[in-house]
Design a protein around this ligand. Structure first.
Ligand code: PEP
Ligand code: MN
Length: 337
């Protein structure tokens, strides 16, 4: 159930509603918007009448939430969530770019990547230290050494770090080194991991599963939000279809759909979304035109020798040109990049 408080409702009235919801067995999540406080009561409580809340002092309106996801619903935070990390805002007017190699390989490689990323005007460096690989014989990542390399290079260049967490046991390590914890497509429904991430207070980048519906992505986000971690960023990274010309089918329509259904920021990953370098820049443009709040892009100083995902990794000059084009697209729809 959602209770929208009146604009000027004093704290005592808000508290009275919270107490009543808790008394009925709801867990209460509070969203303090610019105008209204919204209280989201979640839990297995079916027997209630919203009208009983509507007559309480300070209450503007009250609704049953019909969607299976509650806290992720746009109704809970109509103005949208802006995830603020240092000076970077994800979900605001500016389109944010995260970029870097698929995997952390060496210190030199990440130093090159940090230079490319910061010179082109991006804000966040990406790079996996724990790699989910289809084959157990492929490179599995440098682990903590890789995270150290990422952190040091990011700090030298004034960048934030996003890196993947594959398992609950890795969460403390990622919290120490990264600014944003990435949940990969293969782990979108690793519910134990999602619950663990609900308990931390760092932003999570949740990638859409390889064959997940939009509703399933939102339910996965709900696991994190219901733990009290409200800083979730969603990522469209392509889904598996019958098409074979591309690695995945980049679902550009997911951006306007998600923007309608949820208040969470949504970014696009056209690298994994297409799997081929030549298609990445056009799909990056399309994502921004369709309303993406940001991009996550694979770039490497020498993609032909990258240890993973080289075929979809941009060359430095392609990335710089992509940033120029994305700025133009953002400008055309009243945003910056
Ligand atoms: C990645 O970002 O390198 C990655 C493995 O992505 P995904 O989980 O979308 O496949
Ligand atoms: Mn990759």
């Amino acid at each position: 159930m959602l209770v929208v408080m009146q604009e000027d409702a004093p704290e005592a009235q808000v508290q009275a509603v919270i107490d009543r919801l808790v008394g009925m067995g709801f867990t209460v999540h509070r969203s303090t918007g610019v105008q209204h406080t919204v209280l989201g009561g979640v839990g297995p409580v079916d027997d209630f009448d919203p009208a009983n809340f509507e007559v309480m002092a300070g209450v503007k309106e009250c609704h049953r939430i019909v969607s299976p996801y509650k806290l992720a619903s746009r109704h809970f935070k109509p103005a949208g969530t802006v995830v603020k990390i240092g000076g970077v805002e994800i979900g605001g007017n500016k389109v944010v770019t995260m970029a870097g190699p698929c995997s952390v390989e060496t210190e030199e490689q990440i130093e090159c990547a940090a230079q490319i990323v910061s010179n082109a005007g991006a804000q966040v460096i990406r790079g996996g230290a724990f790699k989910p690989r289809s084959s157990p014989y492929s490179f599995q990542g440098l682990g903590e050494d890789g995270l150290k390399i990422m952190r040091q290079a990011a700090d030298r260049h004034g960048l934030l770090v996003v890196s993947e967490v594959m398992d609950r046991t890795q969460v403390p390590l990622l919290v120490d080194y990264a600014d944003i914890l990435q949940v990969g497509a293969r782990n979108m429904q690793n519910f134990n991991l999602l619950r663990e991430l609900g308990g931390i207070r760092k932003p999570v980048l949740l990638k859409r599963g390889i064959s997940a519906t939009i509703e399933e992505v939102l339910l996965s986000a709900e696991y994190i939000l219901s733990g009290g971690n409200y800083e979730v960023i969603l990522c469209e990274r392509g889904i598996r279809t019958f098409e074979t010309q591309t690695r995945n089918t980049f679902d550009v329509s997911a951006f306007p759909v998600l923007k309608r259904l949820t208040h969470l920021p949504v970014i696009g990953d056209p690298s994994h979304g297409t799997g081929k370098r030549d298609y990445v820049v056009p799909m990056a443009r399309a994502a921004v035109a369709a309303g993406a709040d940001g991009l996550i892009i694979e770039v490497h100083h020498d993609p032909d020798h990258a240890v993973s995902d080289g075929a979809q990794t941009l060359r430095p000059e392609q990335f710089t040109e992509m940033m120029r084009q994305v700025r133009a697209i953002a400008g055309a729809i009243g945003r910056t990049a």
